[in-house]
Design a protein around this ligand. Structure first.
Ligand code: CDP
Ligand code: MG
Length: 763
């Protein structure tokens, strides 16, 4: 991201730094700040440990007295399984450039390892940083918060985080948590990642696209420009370490798992279709009859989780007649505001003692039910979990290169995932795992989750790889190479979009596109918006598309919510509907915004984010000298600007269009898939051609966030994509042929007119 260029780190002015001599620069190139590169032993002489446990109890970085909280947390830190391996790890780090580290979730890898590295002196007196990647924004944020507390420093100073559209780090930052995607973006600006002395790739087993590409990139750096001054640590849950070891030239492996307790597994006798009901039933049973311990439930997404929370709440309330323990039901998913997520870490409700009719005393256990997405599988650790309920599904990205559509699909998890989930029950004592499927189903699951790189649209990441200096995408050293088909598709779509030229090299537009932390289509829309004189409006639309859905629709107040929403609706465009929401929100006074959101059933956090994102996109656009204030005032010239906005949408999304069959039923252009317009869409007039932002695969195929367009714009704006020779016979082809004919005759008319004018002028 733009605010995140490698910063020349301010030299810390503590006595320790003064004592250290600056390592002699290796090469004095302008961009590379890689300043050491001595032989290993020489280098280590320069390391001076940062002593956190000095007898004066003075903080070595802030020079203040440690707070009471510091010592309290220190005690719990010392009990983490990883503590026993600290010396082992530091020694291994001294002797090796790459280490593979595994350990059960909760062993202390993510929070402790960066601190060990820092204490061992690898910031070289504050000149270099240590970073640790996370696949999820939430995890980066929450772990950075935790570590800043553990280190007794302010978040954003010595410990910081960077996630897309949010940078909480500063020149002082020594330990930085960031999403793997953000580290990739940093690599686009500084190919050598030279601000870092140690790079930790965490949650490596998740095999996200960004993590996989980072592997290739780091391996390349380790063998070329940063042969001896970069250290890489690959951390993961207890799986797959051999694969990583082999990839990194037999790097040593260290496992830090401490004690794990046995977990009993219970399967269903017969498969169950409605797993949410199964979850509720099992939860109630646990609460009524199982001993003390909190429950962790894995579901697939926000809506399902919220729905389940509500149903479980009422079910438990209903059974209150038979006196039950206190309970707390806590949802946990990425889109939830951080303060809501924190609730998962709050203490469990107290137990109650009740007297039975026969005079006996009975304890009714207080219990937490945490209903989470995959987020809780490995990246967040919650204490006190004794019971896990696992329906066996998660939302996964799937991409069909032939059809060119990518979607998040609820899919069965892998055995490795199921075992991770199970493991969450055995951290502090023995536990139970209820699998809401049969043993046979378990045995038929895939062994490992398939890496994202092998099942995603590589279009967005391809331009970034180019920008990182990876010349030959086919020959890149992938941990698991994607199919040629996927790569070719990605090259092709970027070529159509104009980001790559015939030879697969970045065009000027391609460079511009990759400056935005956005999908290429969205970036292209922004870049083109000046030509259509609608920069301000497109900025807003892109910002709104980069946040979660802004409309709230609570179960019990759906009617009111829909009425409130009706005011914003544009019957031809979901994009314009979003613009309407933002524009009105913007006019509301600051201190009334929250109230306005509540009244209108709008998620105020989404709006807040959208404002922030818009600001950042605006800065990038201006920096590239591509911003011009919209000439026409939207409120006065609405229909004119709307036309321009829609054409600009086509500039980015001409590859995501559909042709009408009947009413809401459309045919996706190019791959002939039948789809329906998503039920929640604002669109009420279904015209022949429609453009969509997203393809959603559920029990039916839907397109979501749509805008009606004119077919003529397609052949005008993207004639190369809409060449009729590229289509097989059928409705779409005939429609296009007629559009091309119209275009041709219009152009001829235009030419004639022009010539006539010319004659008149000279005559
Ligand atoms: O990375 P790994 O799963 O091995 O463990 P971790 O994330 O470093 O967590 C170690 C311990 O730190 C957990 O057991 C929690 O007690 C604590 N922790 C926390 O309190 N709050 C967080 N946001 C993260 C960790
Ligand atoms: Mg971790």
């Amino acid at each position: 991201m733009e605010s995140n260029k490698p910063k020349k780190k301010k030299k810390r002015t503590n006595s320790k730094t003064k004592k250290q001599t600056k390592p002699t620069p290796k090469t004095e190139t302008k961009q590379e700040k890689s300043e050491w590169g001595k032989t290993k032993t020489e280098q280590q002489e320069k390391l001076e440990p940062i002593n956190f446990q000095n007898k004066d109890k003075i903080h070595p970085l802030t020079k203040q007295k440690f707070s009471k909280n510091y010592f309290e947390i220190l005690e719990t830190r010392e009990q983490l399984p990883i503590t026993a391996q600290k010396e082992n790890f530091v020694k291994l780090l001294e002797e090796n450039q790459v280490i593979i580290l595994t350990g059960e979730t909760g062993s202390g890898k993510t929070t402790q390892i960066p601190q060990y590295i820092l204490e061992a002196g690898y910031s070289y007196g504050g000149k270099y940083r240590i970073c640790c990647t996370q696949p999820r924004r939430v995890a980066a944020l929450s772990v950075a918060t935790r570590v800043s507390e553990e280190m007794d420093v302010e978040l954003g100073s010595e410990v910081g985080y960077t996630i897309r559209f949010e940078d909480k780090s500063s020149p002082e930052t020594l330990v930085k948590y960031l999403t793997d995607g953000m580290l990739l973006r940093e690599a686009m600006i500084d190919n050598n990642l030279s601000q870092y002395s140690v790079i930790i790739i965490d949650e490596a087993h998740e095999r996200t696209i960004s993590t996989d590409i980072l592997f290739g990139l780091l391996k390349q750096l380790l063998t070329t420009t940063r042969k001896d001054d970069l250290k890489v640590i690959v951390m993961s849950a207890t799986i797959e370490h051999k694969l990583f070891q082999e990839y990194f030239n037999n790097a040593p492996h260290l496992d830090v798992t401490g004690r794990v307790y046995p977990v009993d597994i219970f399967y269903l006798e017969e498969g169950e279709n409605d797993y949410v009901s199964g979850v509720i039933k099992t939860s109630v049973e646990i609460h009524l009859s199982e001993p003390k311990g909190d429950v962790l439930i894995f579901l697939t997404g926000q809506e399902e989780i919220e729905d389940c929370c509500e149903r479980l709440y009422w079910r438990l309330c209903d059974s209150k007649s038979s006196e039950i323990g206190e309970f707390e039901i806590i949802p946990l998913y990425a889109a939830l505001p951080y303060y809501e997520q924190k609730k998962a870490f709050m203490p469990t409700p107290d137990d109650k003692i009740t007297t039975l009719q026969n005079g006996e005393k009975k304890t009714l256990y207080g219990r937490k039910f945490i209903i989470a997405t995959n987020i809780a599988e490995t990246s967040l650790t919650i204490q006190g979990i004794v019971y896990v309920i696992d329906p066996g599904f998660s939302k996964q990205k799937v991409f069909d290169p032939k059809k060119r559509v990518e979607s998040l699909l609820v899919s069965p998890i892998s055995r490795a995932s199921a075992n991770q989930r199970k493991g969450r029950a055995g951290r502090t004592q023995s536990g139970k795992c209820f699998r809401l499927y049969t043993k046979k189903t378990f045995e038929q699951l895939e062994r490992q989750t398939i890496p994202e790189l092998l099942r995603s649209n590589l279009g967005p990441v391809l331009l970034n790889m180019k920008k990182m200096g990876i010349i030959n995408l086919l020959m890149f050293d992938y941990l698991s190479p994607p199919s040629i088909d996927l790569l070719v598709r990605a090259l092709e779509t970027n070529h159509y979009l104009g980001g790559l030229d015939e030879d697969g090299e970045l065009t000027e537009l391609g460079h511009q596109i990759s400056s935005f932390p956005l999908d290429p289509q969205l970036a292209k829309m922004l870049i083109k918006s000046q030509q259509y004189d609608c920069c301000d409006e497109i900025l807003t639309i892109v910002a709104m598309l980069s946040t979660p859905n802004c409309f709230i629709r609570p179960r019990k107040r759906r009617k009111q919510a829909d009425q409130a929403r009706a005011r914003f609706i544009d019957c031809n465009s979901d994009h314009l509907t979003l613009l309407n929401v933002y524009n009105e929100y913007f006019t509301i006074q600051k201190n009334q915004k929250n109230q306005w959101c509540k009244q209108n059933f709008i998620n105020n956090r989404t709006m807040y984010q959208a404002v922030n994102i818009r600001k950042q996109l605006f800065n990038i656009l201006r920096r590239l000298d591509l911003y011009r204030k919209s000439y026409n005032d939207y409120s006065k010239n609405q229909s004119l600007i709307e036309l321009k906005i829609k054409k600009c949408l086509v500039e980015g999304f001409f590859m995501q269009t559909a042709y009408k069959l009947k009413r809401k039923k459309y045919l996706i252009v190019r791959d002939k898939q039948q789809v329906l317009v998503y039920p929640g869409s604002s669109i009420q007039f279904f015209r022949d051609w429609i453009l969509f932002h997203e393809f959603v695969l559920t029990e039916r195929n839907y397109i979501r966030t749509c805008t009606s367009i004119e077919g003529q714009w397609l052949v005008d704006i993207a004639p190369h994509y809409y060449e009729t020779s590229k289509f097989s016979n059928g409705r779409v082809k005939s429609a296009l042929e007629s559009l091309h004919r119209q275009r041709k005759s219009a152009m001829e008319k235009f030419k004639k007119k022009k010539m006539k004018k010319g004659e008149n002028a000279t005559g």
